[in-house]
Design a protein around this ligand. Structure first.
Ligand SMILES: Cc1ncc(COP(=O)(O)O)c(C=O)c1O
Length: 436
């Protein structure tokens, strides 16, 4: 099929995510991917500086992962996971156990980041019920984002994405998030205010709250908002003292994004539940895990089904996804991925510093670099966002700002030269948009 016909058919029949179809430009038809690059059907190449919505952690079409999937496909592609099990699923749990925070030992598979969160929320709610307590409240940070299913959207309501679905959503309790950046002198005051609000909340509602759900260290879709590890540790300690479960949503941060395999490690915390997806399969296949402590699992044991977790998907623990995840995890050792991430972080810091006072609230953590452009119109629907996206695309760069927040989350295979190319385009954009 040629590119024109493909676009015409796409426009006639497809509906793209997070897209105002009436005003969006035609999507770019992509023919192939290799390493940090994607190639369009017209032969143009694009440097994927956001790892395709943060999933392609090792880059595109990595041969080791591709081979693992192909080999698994000739053995077993899928089997119902109720009443049956298979080696790739068991081996994946056994491998991940080596790296996950202490005490997270029980693995439940689902399909994507949203379902990993949905499962965690259901586990927390049902855990308390099985323990003889009805706890229906959830606590979250403002501007958090946890996905697009009903529970996850409810928890993400303050992100502002979900106004259209208000009638479907349930209420959650919200705390201020002490977002910080390089040279921020107000960070301690913000942290103290947030911790004081948490103390007041736990005093008033601690025994009604099933769990607090947080994105550790970085709020992704909310605008790459970063908090300090010590703050997160203080939150975890307070929740533990109050007997409220902590769910950590590592869907974006997991698998190296913050410089350690999991952000929890950087913050020195061990939550009660963790949600994983995106980088889990190296970005090859949709799959997710919710991993919990044994005490949570134990509360679901009993003689009757009403104590059991009523959740499952057709593709639970898909064998191809598990094979991809095992191969992806193996690459962290064979390719010394954490060293690559540290080198990316060094370039980010250097190039962000080079922007000086031209930008606001610069921040870097692991492979995530972000800052805000001083635009007159800054929200998620800012009229500048499509212009910025086009500006970068014209230069062969895939960078998709969140409102006025420009960020990079490159795949770990990116070379120093490629990364500098990305930053050159950003410097050019800052000059251009600061003057227009
Ligand atoms: C922190 C976090 N949680 C959950 C999700 C939802 O994941 P998915 O899009 O795979 O459903 C996302 C997606 O960006 C995310 O960043």
């Amino acid at each position: 099929m040629n590119a024109d016909r493909l676009i015409a058919l796409d426009r006639a029949h497809l509906w793209h995510p997070y897209t105002q179809q009436a005003t969006a430009p035609a999507p770019v038809p992509i023919a192939s991917g290799q390493g940090a690059w994607l190639q369009g059907m017209d032969g143009r190449r694009y440097l994927d500086l956001i790892a395709s919505w943060w999933v392609a952690i090792h880059g595109h079409a990595h041969p080791v992962i591709a081979r693992a999937i192909a080999e698994q496909a000739t053995q077993l592609e899928q089997v119902i996971f109720t009443g049956f099990t298979h080696e790739p699923a068991v081996r994946l749990a056994e491998e991940l156990l080596k790296y996950l925070p202490e005490g997270l030992t029980r693995f439940f598979f689902s399909d994507d980041g949203s379902t990993a969160v949905e499962v965690a929320m259901k586990m927390a709610c049902h855990y308390w019920r099985n323990a003889g307590q009805e706890r229906g409240r959830f606590l979250v940070f403002e501007k958090g984002y946890h996905g697009d299913t009903v529970g996850a959207m409810s928890a993400s309501r303050s992100s502002g994405f979900f106004e259209g679905y208000g009638r479907m959503l349930f209420a959650v309790d919200t705390l201020p998030f002490p977002a910080t950046w390089e040279g921020d002198e107000t960070v301690e005051a913000k942290e103290n205010q947030s911790l004081a609000a948490l103390d007041r909340y736990l005093e008033a509602h601690g025994t009604e709250c099933a769990a607090m759900l947080v994105e550790p260290l970085i709020q992704g879709a909310g605008g790459m908002r970063i908090c300090r590890p010590g703050f997160l540790a203080a939150v975890a300690a307070r929740l533990q003292a109050a007997g409220v479960l902590l769910i950590v949503d590592e869907v974006m941060t997991g698998f190296g994004r913050c410089g350690t395999l999991f952000a929890c490690e950087k913050a020195g915390i061990a939550p009660d539940l963790i949600c994983l997806s995106k980088g889990l399969t190296g970005g090859f296949l949709p799959m997710a895990l919710t991993v919990c402590r044994e005490k949570i699992y134990a509360a679901f044991l009993g003689a009757t089904f009403d104590r059991a977790l009523a959740h499952g998907h057709s593709f639970t623990a898909n064998a191809l996804g598990c094979a991809a995840a095992l191969a992806s995890l193996g690459l962290f050792e064979s390719e010394r991925t954490l060293e690559r991430i540290a080198a990316i972080e060094t370039v980010h810091r250097e190039r962000l510093r080079g922007l000086g006072g031209a930008v606001e609230s610069p921040r870097v953590l692991g492979v995530v670099a972000a800052f805000e452009l001083a635009l007159p119109d800054r929200g998620y629907g800012s009229s500048f966002t499509p212009r910025l996206i086009r500006f970068f695309l014209e230069r062969g760069m895939i960078i998709r700002p969140l409102g006025a927040v420009i960020y990079l989350i490159p795949p770990y295979c990116i070379s120093q030269k490629e990364l500098h190319q990305g930053w050159d385009a950003i410097h050019e954009a800052v000059d251009f948009f600061s003057n227009h």
